[in-house]
Ligand binder design. Structure first.
Ligand code: ZN
Length: 244
């Protein structure tokens, strides 16, 4: 089979409009700075969120995407119902994969506290396969992306598994700025609303501690952990960055 024609370098698919920023914002910004075409697809509009509205969140998401340097789209799946509407969810992800034809696809790792995150993990795994099936009909050409990768969840289960860590020290400030663009969602922006997982006093502390810890494992200031569905292949270990 001929090598697929890629139209983008990476498609990141998060369940809600701030998941991509929190879990993979540093790597997205870093790829974008290198001139790579990065698409961030939010599966839902976050309309079931405790704070903000779908309209407000769409504005915040657009601002955050600009900070990160990525293109953003929305799959329009029901917030809180990605698993309930699994066949629709799979089909919408297939549509996005066939539309953007990315070399890499990233999504949630599938061991989180939020059922939407875990359901999206399953939907993307199925869609990654089905997007290359000729008779899975979406009125688009079939397409095979090269690799499926997962960003860590908010509450990964122990013992932790990590296949690689990306140095995001240079783009960590962009990640934080993009996250703060979600004014209705995170602590410290002055937005008034009910308390959530993201608005407590410990939110920023936990975030910096987590990505600082993964940075320390590779000898840098901040790192983001990722998992690979298939074993990573390294033909020339000399091309790997030195351990510092
Ligand atoms: Zn989420």
């Amino acid at each position: 089979m001929a090598q697929p024609e890629y139209l983008s370098d990476a498609l990141f698919i998060g369940a809600h409009p701030d998941d991509g920023e929190i879990l993979a914002g540093g790597l997205m910004a870093s790829l974008a700075e290198k001139g790579r075409r990065v698409i961030l697809a939010d599966a839902t509009r976050g309309e079931m969120g405790t704070r903000g509205t779908a309209e407000l969140r769409a504005h915040e998401a657009a601002e955050a995407a600009e900070i990160l340097g990525v293109e953003r789209t929305n799959l329009g799946l029901p917030d809180g119902g990605i698993g309930r509407e699994m066949e629709v969810s799979v089909q919408e992800v297939v549509r996005a994969i066939r539309k953007y034809r990315p070399r890499l696809v990233f999504t949630h790792s599938g061991s989180d506290h939020h059922p939407d995150h875990n359901a999206l993990h399953e939907a993307v795994k199925r869609a990654f396969f089905l997007s290359n099936i000729l008779k899975y009909d979406t009125d688009q050409e079939r397409f095979k992306a090269a690799r499926l990768l997962f960003f860590w969840s908010h509450r990964e289960k122990l013992p932790p598994r990590v296949d690689f860590i990306a140095d995001v020290s240079a783009t960590y400030e962009k990640k934080i700025a993009a996250l703060k663009a979600h004014r209705s969602q995170v602590a410290g922006t002055g937005f008034e609303g009910p308390e959530t997982f993201l608005t407590g006093d410990l939110f920023w502390h936990r975030l910096h501690a987590r990505f600082g810890y993964f940075g320390s494992l590779i000898g840098v200031r901040y790192g983001e952990p990722y998992l690979a569905e298939a074993t990573l292949r390294i033909d020339d270990p000399l091309l790997l960055p030195d351990v510092t």
